[in-house]
Design a protein around this ligand. Structure first.
Ligand code: GAR
Length: 210
């Protein structure tokens, strides 16, 4: 078996997806990977507390301390290299990093998005806004997508998707909660496991699971 992969998780908020990864790790379900560091773009993110409670190293790289995305991305790339990251997981990470990071870690970064890409994605579609737009449109199913991160927002090869039913009386909050519980917290750890066990192949911008 190859060396254990260092998983670095990027967060900005509450960290329920990070928690799902920690729970999966505790159950031995992250395959040949181990969460070695959590990096937050905000110094008050509750996700940092979740990491600390589980003995995981934390670092912060505060977005608002950098004047532009390019200097922030370069600083993030250096941090990820320092942490010897083999896999980088965006788990509610709300900053779009540029090609300085994406090129250095091509097909080594994955993101969970709270909709079925290519619906309700791209710049401006994050967190509750995604569910507001889905309800405005009146879709009957939404869901979650795990995909590789490329320099183009939410456009990298799709790894896993799971559909979730929309109810007549849903609010953005209830829809968000159902999508997290039924989709995100399941497919994110699963995709991490597949990656760490070298089971994801990328060909012509599509992925195949071995
Ligand atoms: C999750 O729903 C995640 O999919 C979404 O933000 C929430 C973070 O929750 N991410 C995005 O919208 C990224 N574009 P969490 O901090 O509890 O994991």
């Amino acid at each position: 078996m190859s060396n254990t992969k260092n998983i670095v998780v990027l967060v900005s908020g509450g960290g329920t997806n990070l928690q799902a990864l920690i729970d999966a790790q505790n159950k031995g379900e992250l395959g040949n990977g181990k969460i070695t560091c959590v990096i937050s773009s905000k110094d008050d993110a509750y996700a940092l507390t979740r990491a600390e409670n589980n003995g995981i190293k934390t670092r912060t790289l505060v977005r608002k301390e950098y004047s532009d995305i390019s200097s922030y991305s370069c600083a993030m790339r250096d941090l990820l290299l320092e942490e010897k990251a083999d896999l980088i997981v965006y788990a509610g990470f709300m900053t779009i990093l540029d090609e300085n990071v994406c090129n250095a870690f091509q097909y080594k970064m994955i993101n969970v998005h709270p909709a079925l890409i290519p619906s309700f994605c791209g710049k401006g579609y994050y967190g509750l806004h995604v569910h507001e737009e889905a309800l405005k449109k009146g879709v009957k199913v939404s869901g979650a997508t795990v995909h590789f991160v490329t320099a183009e927002c939410d456009a990298g090869p799709i790894i896993l998707q799971k559909a979730v039913e929309v109810m007549n009386d849903d609010t953005p909050e209830t829809l968000q909660k159902r999508i997290m519980e039924q989709a995100e917290w399941k497919i994110l750890p699963k995709a991490v496991q597949l990656f760490c066990d070298d089971r994801i192949i990328v060909e012509n911008h599509k992925t195949y699971i071995k």
